[in-house]
Design a binder for this molecule. Structure first.
Ligand SMILES: [Zn+2]
Length: 128
């Protein structure tokens, strides 16, 4: 169903820089025009590997942005979940107190959250 590019788009195994833990810092240094030799020495990479990697920076940045968007999206879903938990708690209290008005309000708000979550997770960007 998902036909987005796989995470292996960077051709694992071929570029040591793309898999380096300090990839973001390295990309930044490269974009700032840092010379390959000292940069390579700093991160234990060969200048030729860095040179090959310069072609991947655009893609790495795009993936980075996508990761950030996904993280933001997941944080948003977490907040909805938290809201739902609080509503459930409030609902139980209202029910115990036989407060029909508040109980109904909780149910309506819960429905909104469920609908919103369903809509969000169905968008093409919503799923990985
Ligand atoms: Zn690379």
């Amino acid at each position: 169903m998902s036909h987005q590019k796989s995470k292996s788009g960077l051709r694992p195994g071929l570029c040591t820089v793309c898999h380096h833990p300090a990839l973001d810092d390295i990309n930044l240094a490269l974009m700032n025009g840092m010379a390959l030799r000292p940069l390579g020495a700093q991160y234990g990479l060969s200048p030729s590997a860095l040179s090959r990697h310069t072609k991947h920076i655009g893609r790495a940045l795009a993936e980075n942005r996508q990761r950030e968007q996904e993280a933001q999206f997941n944080a948003y879903l977490d907040e909805l979940e938290l809201l739902k938990v609080r509503l459930d708690r409030l609902f139980r209290k209202a029910e115990d107190a036989h407060s029909l008005h508040i109980s109904l309000g909780c149910l309506q708000e819960s429905l909104k959250i469920i609908t919103l979550r369903a809509r969000l997770t169905q968008t093409p960007n919503g799923r990985i």
